[in-house]
Structures are given as structure tokens and as C-alpha cells.
Unconditional design. Structure first.
Length: 227
């Protein structure tokens, strides 16, 4: 059996980018024992913008909107970054911190939401969101958190990057460059403006457009080209 760390989005070449992303979310949902999920890519240059790349159902889409509106999606405080954020309906502390969000989740008949940073925890490209209709009666099986963490940190950025590549069209090229800048921020531990300058410099050096440079950077997640 191959080591999970060897898995990449290039496995299963018959699947398109959207299908690979869908499979990735389905695996996360299954491992976590959730009822649905979503992948959201944020723009490090424009924190108030984001793209919902995939949702398992209409509830996941609505939850993604609610988490964004209430500032509970990718705005993870430092103490949340390593493990993500779990919001439980009925929890006293969550009720005090997110009273309006809890009300909205109750209206959707959702009892549990988990938000996990996509990619490097210090500079996530976005997040994976999971939800359950009911609150889990006990803790997750041993090793589950480690597996989910590996999925969203290592494999998630690859399939999300592929999906971003597939949707580039006109103004949507901005989403692609945002993903690439996020990768540079995480990879080199630099500020967003520095990463943006690195992308432009790379485009000039290689004599192609910024979008093509963004495509090249995302491709490095597959190890096809050096950074």
C-alpha cells in the first residue's frame, strides 16, 4: 500500500479537476463522519473575497455563506490554526461567541460545523468546511484528526489548485493568481505584497503572463517543476 503522503491529485488520471475535488471532499466527509462539506478558496490580497470551489449539497453551500457572513470561515485566530475551528450548537462557549451564527445553524437543522485551514496553517489558501446534522456523541476515533489534518494540509491545496486552474475565464484569472500568491506566502513565509511581487518577477523572467506564472506555481504542487 502506498504511503498517504505519496498521494497526489495526479492519481486517477481519468478524473477531471472538479471530480478530484469532489472525491477529496467526500473522503473528508467520510473520515470525519460528517453529513456534508465544502471547499472555499480565499484571496490573500483581498480578504473580503472568496470563491466556493465545491459543495456537497445546498446545505453546505448555505453554511459556507453563513460562515463567511459571520466571519467564522478562514479568519482563524492563532490558537485555532493548528486544529481548525469546531462550532457546536448547544455549546455554551460557542453560543456566547457566535450567537447569531448559532441561530442560523439551528434554522438549517445543523448541529456541528468544523472549519479546517487549507494548506499551510500559518497562511491558508482557504478552508475545508464540514457539517453534521447532529452533535457527535463521543470523540472521533484515534488518528482521525491526524488523517483529516494531513488531507487538508497536503492533498487539499493540490486538488483546489487544479480546480482553480480549470475555472480560469476572464476575470476569474484573479482567483488563479490569488491561489498562486497564497502558495508563495506559505512556501516562503513572506507577506502578501512580497509574494505578489515574486509572481510578477517570475512572469517577467520567464517572459509569460502573470496568469501563466500562476499556473506554473500551482503546477509545482505536483512536483512537475521547481519553485
Amino acid at each position: 500500500m502506498n504511503d498517504p503522503g505519496d498521494a497526489t491529485a495526479s492519481d486517477g488520471p481519468r478524473l477531471g479537476p472538479g471530480e478530484r475535488l469532489s472525491d477529496f471532499v467526500d473522503v473528508c466527509v467520510g473520515v470525519a463522519g460528517a453529513d456534508g462539506g465544502a471547499v472555499v478558496v480565499s484571496s490573500p490580497r483581498h480578504p473580503d473575497t472568496r470563491r466556493v470551489l465545491h459543495t456537497t449539497d445546498s446545505s453546505a453551500e448555505r453554511i459556507a455563506d453563513l460562515l463567511y457572513l459571520h466571519g467564522a470561515d478562514v479568519d482563524l485566530v492563532s490558537s485555532d490554526r493548528a486544529v481548525g475551528r469546531t462550532i457546536i450548537v448547544g455549546d455554551r462557549h460557542d453560543g456566547a461567541r457566535w450567537p447569531l451564527l448559532i441561530d442560523d445553524l439551528v434554522a438549517l437543522d445543523v448541529g456541528w460545523v468544523r472549519v479546517l485551514p487549507l494548506g499551510a496553517v500559518d497562511a491558508p489558501l482557504g478552508c475545508v468546511q464540514l457539517h453534521r446534522r447532529s452533535v457527535r456523541s463521543g470523540p472521533l476515533p484515534a488518528g482521525t484528526d491526524v488523517l483529516i489534518g494531513h488531507l487538508v494540509r497536503v492533498i487539499g491545496p493540490v486538488v483546489a489548485g487544479d480546480a482553480a486552474l480549470a475555472i480560469v475565464d476572464g476575470d476569474e484569472a484573479t482567483d488563479l493568481t490569488s491561489v498562486a500568491i497564497g502558495i508563495l506566502v506559505a512556501r516562503h513565509a513572506v507577506a502578501v505584497d512580497v509574494a505578489s511581487a515574486m509572481l510578477r518577477a517570475g512572469a517577467v523572467t520567464r517572459e509569460h503572463s502573470s496568469v501563466e506564472e500562476a499556473q506554473r506555481i500551482i503546477a509545482t504542487l505536483h512536483g512537475r517543476e521547481g519553485p
